[in-house]
Design a protein around this ligand. Structure first.
Ligand code: NDP
Ligand code: GDR
Length: 355
């Protein structure tokens, strides 16, 4: 039988990696993209096929998680064998500003999609993956965090994702649907959104090194995250839906590092050593060689409630799915910095040629 995947959030980091993976596995992939006044498909443009071609393997369709009738029509048209629900307002800090919208898209959006499957009578033919998150653990209850660790959300984003998590479990139990949660810890890549801390750092480090930016402003340097590579994590999503029964799985590396350590490694990748001085909002990071101030704190980037420590235990995924994170923290940082350096150099060459 033809494998047809529907990916919501296909234009995001994970959507792009997942679409590539599924196409390589022979799937037909349909991605849901939002209408935007500027181009928003940069991450998947390389997968684009002329829709006039006969039977293209990758297609995009307009949609929005806040629009039930649209979602029902999409599921009806695609008749997917697998749905990966990756669409979300995914920025934790932004969720404090746009709490209601975040709940609508991330929580009720998930319900809308599950309902679309039911309304169309596809409960027995469509498998459903929900992009759940380590943000559910929030305020530390125990470490490392695993499937049985209690949740304590610390943001409107996490509270919305908590609803999405439980409605997925509920539809599995109530309607015998194959609906699974992947509780994924932070995963990054060279195509990570520019406002998440890792990519913000890798871009700034390159711009500072090239003399195009003076300083990098950050918030909480002591928050700790379990950072892995997005490429590994989309493989885990796929394995979760291939398992013989629907279930919930943590995907994590089992190693945690602070934002501060990320900054140090990133600068190190371009040959700068960082020395820290002062504390609290007055802390600064200096270039150990020149004494130049490269990092400062901007309290705007502190969150009203913070998640201080995330460290995951992915033993269940290893035992039941044979999944393990393969990219080490240091290699991830280096890959991101090198990719941004290449981008800056290409951009500079292009400007030089056109002037
Ligand atoms: P991104 O922010 O990179 O991508 C989010 C995607 O959702 C984009 O395609 C975006 O479209 C789309 N989207 C946002 N709002 C809507 C809406 N109302 N209707 C339709 N589409 C919408 O996130 P990631 O790829 O990093 O993450 C994928 C999913 O996994 C998200 O649900 C996230 O919350 C979750 N997650 C991510 C983790 C991570 O570390 N990356 C860890 C755990 C969970 P557009 O491009 O137009 O903005
Ligand atoms: P997170 O990612 O909130 O973990 O959510 P983010 O990279 O935004 O923050 C990580 C930590 O860094 C601290 N921080 C800063 N964060 C940002 N964005 N900008 C800064 O300047 C800055 N300075 C310090 C934050 O306070 C935080 O502690 C990501 C998203 O992908 C979610 O969708 C996903 O669910 C979780 O990861 C797992």
């Amino acid at each position: 039988m033809e494998k047809r995947a529907l990916i919501t959030g296909v234009t995001g980091q994970d959507g792009a990696y997942l679409a590539e993976l599924l196409l390589a596995k022979g799937y037909s992939v349909w991605g849901v993209k939002r209408r935007s006044s500027s181009f928003n498909t940069e991450r998947v443009d390389h997968l684009y096929v002329d829709p006039h071609e006969k039977d293209p393997k990758f297609r995009m369709i307009y949609g929005d998680m806040t629009d039930s009738t649209n979602l029902i029509r999409i599921v009806q048209e695609v008749q997917p064998t697998e749905i990966y629900n990756l669409a979300a307002q995914s920025h934790v800090q932004v969720s404090f500003e746009t709490a209601e919208y975040t709940a609508n898209a991330d929580a009720i959006g998930t319900l809308r999609l599950l309902e679309a499957i039911r309304i169309l009578g596809l409960e027995k033919t469509t498998r459903f993956y929900q992009a759940s998150t380590s943000e559910l653990y929030g305020k530390v209850q125990e470490t490392p965090q695993k499937e049985t660790t209690p949740f304590y959300p610390r943001s409107p984003y996490a509270a919305a994702k908590l609803y999405a998590y439980w409605i997925t479990v509920n539809y599995r139990e109530a309607y015998d649907m194959f609906a699974s949660n992947g509780i994924l810890f932070n995963h990054e890549s060279p195509i990570r959104g520019e406002t998440f801390v890792t990519r913000k750092i890798s871009r700034a480090v390159c711009a500072i090194h090239k003399g195009m930016q003076d300083k990098l402003y950050l918030g909480n340097l002591d928050a700790k995250r379990d950072w892995g590579h997005a490429r590994d994590y989309v493989e885990g999503m796929w394995r979760i839906l291939q398992h013989d029964e629907a279930d919930d799985f943590v995907l994590a590396t089992g190693e945690t590092n602070s934002v501060r350590t990320f900054v140090e490694h990133a600068f190190d990748a371009v040959g700068h050593t960082i020395e820290w001085k002062g504390d609290g909002v007055d802390e600064i990071g200096l270039d150990a060689e020149t004494g130049k101030e490269l990092i400062a704190i901007d309290p705007r980037y502190f969150r009203p409630t913070e998640v201080e420590l995330l460290l995951g235990d992915a033993t269940k995924a290893k035992e039941k799915l044979g999944w393990e994170a393969t990219t080490k923290f240091q290699d991830l940082v280096t890959e991101m910095v090198q990719a941004d350096m290449k981008k800056i150099e290409l951009e500079t060459n292009r400007k030089d040629r056109s002037s």
